[in-house]
Design a protein. Structure first.
Length: 652
């Protein structure tokens, strides 16, 4: 949420509370007006709040409200809102966040029925308690129920693997709409985060005059279930996520009862559309990709260079025409460099467009005043104009990426040439060894590792030592049949609760590759978890630590070992830490991966293949790896065959 939205929301809530508490209606109205004024601003309210006079110039903002805004910008609080909130149960305030539930209804429900929370309201609706409330018809009760559901879904973050295909579907559809020049998704999705709040779709049209039909085409997409905002340049919808992923194939502990995708993701996701002019594509893409922290750093950097960075471009600082006359040069006060329009650099706009008769400080953002941007068409252009190399979206998190002097060569999907964690029908996979190997070959890999479960994973059909020995023979037989790819015989061996492995050293030594993973006792305390993983890492037969924490996105926190110790030990013993690419795992997660890279660890990106389509999860693993600054050199799956085999042999 932008700061403007946050301020607008708080002012609106003050108005609602004043209404609820029966204050003078005029006070509520002035807060409502101010809320709308702030919402409609095209310039950051934090900028304006530096000078109260600029706030007061905005239609709808008086001295009292200006003070509230300044207080919020400076402290993150609005004391008036806090005071009002104290007079009303917190649950009633929450109730008013439900769209369509205004102060009147909230007050009615609270005072006549004692309903003071959203869960209580839900219960009352289900049990038909509201049917006798005056002025509340059956229809409005039904609408209320629907709104509550929407709010609840909106609070759930959706896993990357569900959001990304939906976003791609919208982008493809928008690219086919007449007058659309470019379409892309932005936001935390483009940064590859493991869960997504909502999807941001950016679209460029050849002429904004065509914005209306383009926005309409967006809202008419088959996946859309509700239209929340229907504007020409800005629209918001909720899109169904059902019927996208049927069965989820994966380890036994992911693959549970049906309907689990809904369980982890809710029924729908919010999709926001913004329409833009082509010349600000790059700047807008940057702005909406974020992160917020990264963008703040960029804006600071722009200011230091005497520029302004907005979602429309990077602009040279110009003197906004002064209150009385645009011709007179401004006197001292302006903190901009005293650069009269005559002396302005050739790139800066010389004359603002004709202005409205009203003599007012021009608070419009630079692009509306006709200032020509220095950069904005592409992201590269903007970064370079700020004296920076292009920064890949995945690392725009304000984790020292602005110190980079060149674009890092992070691992890419096309770099991956080996899958080192895969199951066959011998344990809980769906493919035979041969089928698995052929699929890996078809996908261009030089190596595939067969790593079925070990004996303790009974539910997953784990192999006894005898069955493992037979399985090794079967791998040898498959090697003779499938050419063009190297098949490794291996195991995904359980790390037992105390850190010992499920097969003894003699057995493990027979295998080309050993992936050691925790599957049980995932609630043990951090100290025990640390000891357990350290013991597995120091086992000389282990090449890869598989899904190190066992977490499941939105489902299970998994182990929380001391990651500092884990990554140091893994670097020392040259054990690659796995990023399990299944979108429900993404384990290691991004921050742990970055810690591993900083400690000098090797990283494996594996699909943990149980069925053919699991190979498609690779891109989620690669996104997570990029978020952790993994380069090609550090990723064992990106090595050529000789280097990979030498690494595996070095542990035998
Ligand atoms: Zn596993
Ligand atoms: Zn596995």
């Amino acid at each position: 949420m932008s700061l403007n939205d946050a301020v607008a929301q708080r002012l609106a809530m003050i108005a609602k509370l004043q209404d609820l508490l029966g204050f003078d209606r005029f006070r509520a109205i002035s807060n409502e007006r101010a809320s709308r004024a702030v919402e409609g601003l095209s310039v950051d309210v934090a900028e304006l709040a530096k000078d109260k006079k600029r706030l007061l110039d905005i239609d709808g903002i008086g001295p009292k409200i200006a003070d509230k805004i300044i207080e919020f910008v400076e402290t993150g609080r609005m004391s008036e809102l806090d005071e009002l909130s104290q007079q009303v149960p917190a649950g009633v305030v929450k109730m008013m966040e439900i769209p369509g539930l205004g102060p009147k209804t909230a007050s009615l429900l609270w005072k006549t029925k004692g309903i003071d929370s959203v869960p209580r309201l839900k219960q009352a609706i289900e049990q038909g308690e509201l049917l006798d409330v005056p002025r509340l018809g059956e229809k409005s009760i039904a609408r209320l129920r629907e709104s509550i559901e929407l709010v609840e879904q909106g609070q759930k973050r959706v896993p990357l693997g569900i959001a990304l295909p939906i976003a791609e579907e919208f982008v493809r559809a928008m690219e086919r709409v007449p007058h659309v020049k470019r379409a892309a998704y932005a936001g935390s999705l483009r940064r590859g985060k493991d869960t997504i709040g909502d999807i941001d779709i950016l679209v460029c049209v050849d002429d904004l005059a065509h914005a209306g039909p383009v926005a309409e085409a967006f809202r008419a997409q088959p996946r859309v279930t509700h239209v929340l905002v229907a504007g020409d340049t800005r629209s918001s919808v909720r899109a169904a996520i059902r019927n996208l992923h049927g069965a989820v194939s994966a380890d036994a502990d992911i693959r549970t009862k049906g309907g689990e995708v809904e369980d982890v993701a809710g029924h729908s996701i919010q999709v926001d559309l913004r329409l833009l002019p082509i010349e600000s594509w790059g700047a807008a893409l940057m702005y909406f990709t974020g992160s917020k922290e990264h963008n703040i750093r960029l804006r600071e950097r722009a200011l230091k260079r005497g520029c302004t960075l907005t979602d429309y471009g990077l602009f040279p600082e110009d003197d906004a025409p002064a209150k009385d006359t645009a011709a007179e040069p401004k006197s001292s006060k302006s903190k901009s460099k005293s650069k009269g329009s005559a002396k302005a650099s050739p790139k800066a706009a010389k004359t603002p467009p004709p202005k409205k008769a009203a003599a007012q400080t021009d608070d419009r953002p630079p692009h509306e005043r006709g200032v020509k941007p220095i950069a904005g068409k592409t992201e590269e252009e903007v970064y370079h104009a700020l004296g920076l190399p292009y920064i890949p979206p995945e690392i725009r998190e304000d984790r020292s990426e602005l110190d980079l002097t060149e674009t890092p060569r992070l691992v890419e999907l096309g770099d991956i040439q080996a899958e080192l964690h895969a199951h066959t029908t011998a344990s809980d996979g769906a493919l035979s060894i041969e089928e698995l190997a052929r699929e890996a070959h078809r996908r261009g890999f030089h190596t595939i590792a067969v790593t079925d479960h070990s004996k303790s994973s009974a539910i997953a059909g784990g192999l006894t030592v005898d069955r493992l020995l037979e399985h090794i023979d079967a791998v040898h037989a498959a090697r003779a049949k499938v050419k063009g790819i190297h098949i490794l015989e291996g195991s995904e061996v359980d790390i037992l609760a105390d850190g010992t492995l499920d097969y003894d050293g003699k057995t493990l030594a027979k295998l080309d590759i050993v992936v050691a993973s925790p599957h049980t006792a995932l609630k043990q305390d951090p100290e025990a978890a640390t000891k357990r993983l350290l013991k597995a890492i120091s086992n000389p037969h282990v090449h890869i630590l598989g899904h190190p924490t066992g977490r499941l996105v939105n489902r299970r926190p998994g182990l929380s070992p001391d990651m500092g110790q884990i990554v140091r030990a893994a670097a020392e013993h040259r054990v690659a830490l796995e990023i399990n690419a299944h979108w429900m795992r993404l384990d290691l997660r991004d921050t742990h991966t970055k810690a591993a890279i900083d400690a000098g660890c090797l990283i494996a990106i594996d699909c943990d293949v149980h069925a053919r389509e699991d190979f498609d999860n690779l891109r989620y693993g690669v996104l997570t790896a990029r978020r952790g600054w993994v380069t090609r050199e550090r990723c064992v799956n990106a090595w050529d065959q000789a280097k990979l085999l030498a690494f595996l042999k070095s542990k035998r």
